[in-house]
Design a protein. Structure first.
Length: 200
């Protein structure tokens, strides 16, 4: 079976490829296809946006498509940036500027109120129109300065309290043991196995 990872995000492709490696499924991503038009992620929830991306990819390629929509919810910001995480500091999307904006907004917020979580909605869309949704999340705290160089996005600011390390201080394997994306993906494995039986 061959599936398409419906994402342009290099960090996500790296993580999802690693997660899927054991499943004997051939994988391509939007990054392997010639220049694609960006689909408008105009849903109000992660789940809606993941479905929009998965549908667009299955229509374009005819392959089973797996899309991730994810983001950071900061309690002191009433859940922002949420579905706007990628473009928090405006267009074009820029991880560094997003992190700077987040730190500025949280400047006066004390340690115990810096709680946050990453959420991920993962949608698998099949060519016959069937769709499946799984979700995952990881709880943490926003630091006052970045730590670590792995991962992407807000990872250097996101402390996993149980480990005392940020997501950017974890190896790919370690992040894939606990992240929001990994949790959503693990729930999707049985679905992928069923699809594989139907589309050998
Ligand atoms: O530090 C982070 N570690 C993560 O593990 C993570 N997962 C998501 N995010 C943030 O949320 C946006 C998703 O937005 P998003 O789902 O629309 O993805 P995207 O626009 O980057 O790519 P695409 O999949 O849409 O092509 C990303 O850009 C990041 O800012 C993360 N940040
Ligand atoms: Mg996006």
């Amino acid at each position: 079976m061959k599936i398409i990872l419906a994402t342009q995000n290099e960090g996500k492709v790296r993580e999802l490829r690693d997660l899927i490696a054991d499943e004997e499924i051939e994988v391509v991503s939007l990054r392997d296809l010639p220049e694609s038009e960006e689909v408008e992620e105009n849903g109000e929830t992660f789940a809606e946006n993941a479905a929009i991306k998965a549908r667009a990819a299955v229509q374009r390629t005819g392959l089973i498509a797996l899309a991730d929509d994810s983001g950071l919810e900061v309690d002191a910001l009433k859940g922002a940036p949420g579905v706007f995480s990628a473009r928090f500091a405006g267009e074009p999307k820029d991880d560094e500027r997003n992190n700077e904006k987040l730190l500025e907004l949280l400047e006066t917020i004390p340690e115990d109120k810096r709680t946050a979580r990453f959420r991920c909605a993962l949608v698998i869309a099949a060519p016959n129109g069937e769709e499946y949704l799984t979700e995952g999340r990881v709880e943490g705290k926003i630091l006052r300065q970045p730590r670590g160089t792995d991962g992407f996005g807000y990872d250097p600011l996101f402390l996993v309290p149980e480990l005392g390390r940020t997501l950017a201080e974890l190896t790919l394997t370690e992040k894939n043991n606990l992240s929001h994306r990994a949790q959503a993906f693990r729930k999707a494995i049985p679905i992928l196995k069923d699809l594989k039986a139907e589309h050998p």
